[in-house]
Structure formats: C-alpha cells, structure tokens
Design a protein around this ligand. Structure first.
Ligand code: NDP
Length: 451
C-alpha cells in the first residue's frame, strides 16, 4: 500500500511511501533474529566501529536529512540540522559503550559467581512524529551498542528521515537485518512488533493512550517495555527570579517545534504578586516569535504536523474569553497555528490535558507550597523548570515536583549523557545516559564450582 506524505508547510505531496503489512513485519523479524546472532558475536570493538561509521555517514548527510525533515515535518531548517547532527552525536556517544558493558564477580561459597550482560535480542522501536530522528536514535543507538538488532517503526506522518537513516546505515557497512526501518501503520506494524514473540523488547514513544495499549500488549508476552509518553510540564516562576530572562525564554520553552514537544513547558505558574509584570514582559516576547516558512534561516516555529492535528489543537481554544494574547502565523496553505497564551481557571481542560501545540496556560500561585501542589496536580510528570535566585528553594522545589527532568533557570530538557524519562503517566523507564545500553541486556549469572 502506497501512502502520500504531505509537506505541512504547503500541503503538497513530498513522497509516496510503501507501508509494510503484517507478513512483511514477520519477515523482517525473522531476518533480524538471524542478523542479531552474528551482530552479538562480533567483538565489542567491531560493533563500536560500526556505530562510528554510521555516525560519520550521517554527519556527511546532515544537510540532506535536514532538508527532508523540513519538507516532511515542517521543522525550521536550523532546528532540523541540529536534529540530524544529534543522530551522529548519540551514535558516537554509544559507540563508547560496547566495550564497557561489564558484568561483575560476586563472592559465594563453594566457587565463583560471575554475571554477563547478554543482549536481549530483537528490539522494536516505535517512534512518534514530533522529533522523528532524535527520538528514534535514543532507542536505536544503545540497543545496537548492546548487541541487539532493531526494527524501527516510524510514525505514519513522518517516515522519510528514518527511512534515509536506515539506508545510510547500510551504506556505512552495517550488516543487513541489524537495523530495519519498517514504515507502516501503528495498528499493523506497531501492534505486530508488540505481539511478536521474537521481538524481545519494545521502546515506545508517543501518546499515553497508545502507550497504555502497547504496555498491555507487552504484558501478554511478559515483554519489557520502555514508555516515553505525554507531558504537561510546569514552568514555575518565583517573584525573586530574573523576570526579564524568565519571560524572554518562556516562549521558546513551550512554542519550539510548534509546541509538539512532550517536554513543552505548557503551564506557566507565576507567583501572584508578579503576575502582571510577568505578563507585561511575556506579551512582546510571544508576539516576536517568528512563525513561518521552515526553509527560512530566521524562522523559529513552523507549522503543525498535519491538518487533523491542527484541528485537535484548535478544539482546545473554543472560548476566546480565556485568550490573553496571541502571536502571529502565516495564512493560506499549511497547517499554521499562532502561539497562544491562555489565562483559564484552574479547573479548565486546557490546564490538565496535553494540547501538543503552541498553546500555553498561565496560572498564578500564592507561595512555594501552592506552586509545588499546582505543578503536581497533573497525571503527567515529565519535565519542568524552576525560576528563582534562591538556591535552597531551587533544590527544594526540584525535589518536590514529581517529574523526571527538571531545570533551574533554564528550559533544557534532554542531554544524551543524562537519563531521560517521566513519572506517573508520562512513562516507565529511562532512556539516554551512560547506563542506557544495560536496558537492552539480560543479566545472566553463572556459578563456577571450585572443586
Ligand atoms: P501516538 O501514540 O499516536 O503514536 C506514536 C507511535 O505509535 C507512532 O509510530 C504510531 O504509529 C504508533 N502506534 C499507534 N498505534 C499503535 C498501536 N496500537 N500499537 C503500536 N504502535 C502504535 O503518538 P503521536 O505520534 O501522536 O505522538 C504524540 C505523542 O507522543 C504526544 O502525546 C507526546 O507527548 C508523546 N511524546 C512523548 C515523548 C516522550 O519522550 N515522553 C516524546 C515525544 C512524543 P502511527 O503513526 O501509524 O499512528
């Protein structure tokens, strides 16, 4: 079945992609099972060399991958270049790990006990459309480093850069079947990867609703699963903060990638006594966000990914009385939506549900305890920011907020050298960081009798 891939900035057809069916998925798994045995048998240094070779190949194709993402996902060109470069960086980071996947020796009576980190086998990586390349590589690179084979299923709307990544890996000499990119529908290819007994682990990034279904499917096979799901992260601004800096950076913290970011700081909580001043500073910053043609070097925010998604985002703002102010966006073809700031009551659905678009709510709080309670009043717990000049408060609030990734006086969320993942319905498990390859191994302990 051939599916048209649409450019979200002008609604033209960029490409047609053949989607795999269940039979093609089973065939890919069978090839991956065979390829994984040979891959795991390679010397660790040889696996590392392969990862570095793919990184070099990707780096040489950053402009091509970036152009492809601009056309497929509508990402601004500067951002798209950064995402392609991040693939090379993550591959190089994990290229250092195959030789460091050490076990341990444990003192026991009557002999010795040693542990081995054995690759788990074939891994299914199911990725979303919001950051197609970076999120894919967070699963792919450590899994390959650990000696696993990977089948990557990109999102239906944004398969092009993942397909190209698979081709580049082959051109860089990765043996066939070690990394298979299988475009297809979630309810066909995705579900089959979840249910297939020879796929031994699932790495899923996407919505909480689908993640719940994936987890239930994995339970059928007692299959380990990592879930990186939705978010409704709080950006907490205390009265003692550098308000100018907090307001100037708040739009980037939520509107980057058109708000289609699981870590978007989509709830700005402001200490009540500085709310008016903060809004005064925020309004010009929001109106200045450059929304437009993603091919332009000066564009900061592109379109939403698809017409259906724009409809969903717009459905949250059906009551103009809660709109404080908006930025601008182009008219005409393309799935545009302006940066929008809401001042809703605390119980409004925009305060609690993930919108996944360029819409932010601003809520006042009374004191530190109220700020933490408000931040935690969510089913999600992925990221968050705390703006204050008081170091003690920064640490207290960081410890109090139930989220996996927090930043103080910053909106930085993801660094590949540190663990990333969520609390509550934002997910299970952690990706990235130095230990990530261990999550793609089984620990085997072997006892050697001394007589
Ligand atoms: P979805 O959950 O709809 O899709 C994610 C992936 O799962 C896609 O590849 C999709 O395929 C696939 N899929 C859909 N149905 C099934 C199924 N039954 N079994 C297996 N796989 C399936 O999420 P979106 O693509 O809409 O992504 C947006 C969501 O992702 C947001 O809620 C966001 O917060 C979350 N997200 C979380 C991140 C995190 O790290 N915590 C990072 C990025 C996004 P198809 O495209 O064919 O539907």
């Amino acid at each position: 079945m051939s599916t048209a891939i649409i450019n979200p900035a002008d609604e033209t057809v960029v490409a047609h992609v053949e989607f795999a069916d269940r039979e093609a998925t089973d065939a890919a798994v069978a090839r991956a099972v065979v390829a994984q045995r040979a891959w795991a048998a390679l010397a660790p240094a040889a696996r590392a060399a392969h990862l570095r070779a793919i990184a070099d190949m990707v780096e040489a194709h950053v402009p091509e991958l970036a152009d492809l993402e601009v056309a497929n996902a509508g990402h601004p060109i500067g951002q798209a270049r950064g995402e392609a470069q991040a693939v090379a960086d993550v591959l190089r980071y994990y290229a250092a790990t195959p030789e460091r996947l050490t076990g341990s020796q444990i003192p026991v009576a009557g002999g010795w006990d040693v542990t081995f980190c054995e690759p788990i086998g074939v891994v299914g990586v199911i990725s979303p459309w919001n950051f197609p390349l970076p999120i894919a590589i967070w699963g792919v690179a450590p899994a390959l480093a650990a000696g696993c084979a990977v089948i990557l299923k990109p999102a239906e709307w944004t398969p092009l850069t993942s397909i190209r990544l698979g081709e580049l890996a082959r051109e860089a000499g990765l043996p066939e079947g070690v990394l298979t990119v299988l475009p297809g529908r979630g309810d066909v290819v995705g579900e089959r990867l979840v249910s297939h007994p020879e796929v031994r682990k699932i790495v899923f990034t996407g919505s909480t609703a689908t993640g719940r279904r994936v987890m239930a499917g994995c339970a059928e096979n007692i299959k380990p699963v990592t879930l990186e799901l939705g978010g409704k992260s709080a950006n907490i601004v205390f009265a003692d903060a550098d308000l100018e800096l907090a307001a100037a950076s708040a739009p980037g913290g939520v509107f980057d990638n058109a708000g289609q970011d699981c870590c978007a700081r989509s709830r700005i909580l402001v200490e009540a006594r500085v709310l008016d001043r903060f809004l005064e500073l925020l309004e010009p910053a929001v109106r200045a966000v450059a929304v437009g043609d993603p091919r332009s070097e000066t564009t900061e925010v592109g379109p939403l990914v698809a017409a259906a998604h724009r409809e969903r985002v717009a459905s949250f703002v059906d009551d103009e009385s809660i709109v404080a102010f908006r930025g601008t966006c182009p008219e005409g073809p393309g799935f545009w939506y302006p940066p929008t700031v809401l001042l809703p009551p605390r119980e409004h659905r925009t305060v609690h549900e993930e919108i996944f678009g360029p819409v932010v709510v601003v809520l006042p709080f009374e004191d530190e305890a109220d700020a933490v309670a408000l931040a935690n009043d969510s089913i999600f717990g992925l990221s968050g920011s705390i703006w204050t000049r008081d170091v003690g408060r920064a640490l207290r609030v960081s410890r109090g907020v139930q989220a996996g990734n927090l930043s103080v006086n910053s909106h930085s969320s993801v660094r590949f050298s540190t663990p990333f993942g969520g609390y509550k319905q934002s997910g299970i498990g952690r990706e990235l960081g130095p230990d990530a390859p261990y999550a793609f191994t089984e620990t085997k302990n072997v006892f050697l009798a001394d007589s």
